[in-house]
Design a protein around this ligand. Structure first.
Ligand code: HH2
Length: 261
């Protein structure tokens, strides 16, 4: 299984906010993830947690572009995690080879950039926008609706010759029970034939499962829950997980690969 390391160059990401806000620290962290076995390092300059501050284009570029370039120059496979076409455009010019867009490439300009750059892409599902997505998410059939959205977007992008990953977007406009249904039925996404990427690392659903909905386990106490979900995902055919704890995730995945592979 592949591992994508999360590298947020932000002051306010829900888990690693502030840790890699300084470019030098971010570069060191990215190189460490690469050494620990990350296949991709996903560099982001804007938190998408509910209520996060908006970041303008110039500031997002200032945060991520040097980090992308320095990591790419040192042989790291870099992904850019952005919703903004202008940021994606410059990131691929500086060496990023993967665009991770949490809006599912709903902006045609983003599609054009990916096609021009011939890079890999991840289409993620989100209901609403980060500002409003957790207010009252509703689905009649969460697994069916998320799957249908992802396949429609993936078909359009793969018709243009791109390698497309699909991601159900855990925590993006979903309740705890929506998230659990999507993870229980990952095999339905895997059966579409598109490689599946899953991001559960340290997320709120793990806090709620290990604590309670009202009093979730704190972010720094979610590693075992993250690894359990990532192992479950691997056994159900997920091809890549997006994680904060690269070394631990790599070691778990290596053992499961030997047993299962
Ligand atoms: N989750 C987050 C951000 N980007 N991209 C994909 N493809 N899948 C995900 O599940 C996903 C994502 C949220 O996590 P994080 O980047 O750690 O937090 P923040 O948005 O607060 O920076």
């Amino acid at each position: 299984m592949k591992i994508m390391g999360v590298l947020n160059v932000t002051p306010d990401s829900f888990s690693d906010g502030g840790l890699h806000y300084d470019a030098q620290k971010a570069i060191e962290a990215g190189l460490r993830m690469h050494e620990e076995g990350a296949d991709w390092v996903d560099v982001g300059g804007e938190s998408t947690r509910p209520g996060a501050a908006h970041v303008d284009e110039a500031e997002e570029k200032r945060r991520v572009l040097d980090v992308v370039e320095q990591l790419a120059q040192r042989g790291v496979s870099v992904s850019i995690d952005t919703r903004k076409p202008a940021v994606a455009r410059e990131a691929v010019a500086r060496g990023a080879r993967f665009i991770n867009d949490v809006t599912g490439f709903s902006n045609p300009e983003m599609v054009e950039i990916a096609i021009e750059a011939k890079c890999e892409v991840c289409v993620m599902h989100m209901q609403g926008t980060p500002d409003t997505m957790q207010q009252n998410p509703h689905y009649d059939d969460v697994v069916g609706e998320v799957g249908a959205f992802l396949v429609a977007r993936a078909k359009a992008l793969s018709a243009a010759g791109l390698k497309v990953w699909i991601d159900p977007g855990i925590g993006f406009g979903k309740t705890l029970s929506h998230n659990i249904s999507l993870i229980r039925h990952l095999d339905r996404l895997v059966a579409t034939g598109y490689p599946v990427l899953l991001g559960v690392s340290r997320k709120a659903l793990i806090g709620k499962i290990l604590g309670t909905v009202e009093n979730p386990a704190p972010v720094e106490d979610r590693i075992e829950g993250s690894l359990a979900m990532e192992a479950f995902a691997q056994l159900h055919g997920v091809a890549m997980v997006r994680v904060h704890d690269v070394r631990a995730a790599r070691r778990v995945a290596t053992v499961i690969d030997v047993l299962h592979g």
